[in-house]
Design a protein around this ligand. Structure first.
Ligand SMILES: [Zn+2]
Length: 173
């Protein structure tokens, strides 16, 4: 794709960056903003210029080493856009909103966790009832066949009697 990239790079050299285009000044190789604000991103630069001012942004960028500038510009753009959307709180408003969401989700999680342990306790209680259900020896004696003498007693749901449910403690529903 090298052949496709060359004309794009050339066109960027010939075109002023978004900052120079907006401020109506000549954009040359020394332009500090051109790597971060290509011509087509004029709205992004307008936002940054409105909040911080172009000269302040240039000063901030020049204070940093080359490799940290891109991240700094991303942060500046993010803050500027948040400040335009919410002039009072800016990005702090987004942080407050997300913190509120985290708080709500935490309490939802706590409620759900409590429900899960309650349901587990109910399941264990039901399993306990099933384990305590016993084979009625009289029922077995009356229904035994000659075949039973040669077989081990296998689980048969018809031969199980349950404890009296009325006498049991109610579940905590
Ligand atoms: Zn420029």
């Amino acid at each position: 794709m090298e052949t496709g990239q060359v004309p794009l790079a050339r066109s960027r050299v010939n075109q002023p960056c978004a900052a120079c285009k907006m401020l109506r000044r000549r954009c040359d190789n020394n332009c500090a903003l051109s790597p971060y604000f290509p011509t087509e991103e004029i709205e992004k630069f307008a936002c940054v210029h409105k909040v911080f001012g172009a000269s302040n942004v240039i000063k901030m960028i020049q204070m940093l080493e080359e490799e940290r500038r891109e991240d700094a510009v991303k942060a500046i753009v993010y803050e500027a856009m948040a400040r335009v959307r919410d002039p009072v709180c800016g990005s702090a408003g987004i942080i407050f909103h997300l913190q509120k969401m985290v708080h709500e989700l935490r309490s939802q999680l706590e409620t759900t966790t409590a429900q899960v342990s309650e349901l587990r306790a109910q399941r264990d209680q039901l399993q306990g009832i099933l384990m305590n259900a016993h084979v009625d020896p009289l029922f077995y004696a009356h229904n035994r066949t000659s075949q039973d003498d040669h077989q081990t007693i296998a689980y048969d749901p018809m031969m199980i009697s349950f404890p009296n449910l009325d006498q049991m403690e109610p579940f905590n529903m």
